[in-house]
Design a protein. Structure first.
Length: 106
């Protein structure tokens, strides 16, 4: 079974926008399991808006994976480059964020 991370839908200006996932036994589908909201990354009111356009990258030691994505600042003036750890849980992939404070280098 494969998980495919993608945009969770909704308008990027709302708290529902973010990154969700679906699963399939084959890369061409059929895909199932779409959530009703962005389960991997989502906006945090007054902190981070519209996280998305992500890539999954390995950590320097190859033991972890990170989501690299952009998000709007609370004033919707600047897009931040963000990096948060990708966690693989029994419930599916989850981002350890979005964070809005400085984080240590992986």
């Amino acid at each position: 079974m494969r998980a495919c991370l993608g945009r969770g839908g909704a308008n990027y200006q709302t708290a529902r926008y973010g990154v969700d996932y679906v699963v399939a036994d084959h890369p061409l589908g059929p895909y199932t399991g779409q959530g009703d909201h962005a389960r991997v990354l989502h906006s945090v009111p007054d902190k981070v808006r519209g996280p998305g356009h992500h890539s999954i990258v390995p950590s320097p030691d190859g033991r972890s994976q990170y989501l690299v994505y952009h998000a709007w600042d609370p004033a919707m003036k600047v897009r931040w480059m963000c990096i948060d750890k990708l966690l693989w849980t029994p419930e599916g992939p989850r981002g350890d964020g979005p964070t809005w404070t400085a984080q240590p280098v992986p």
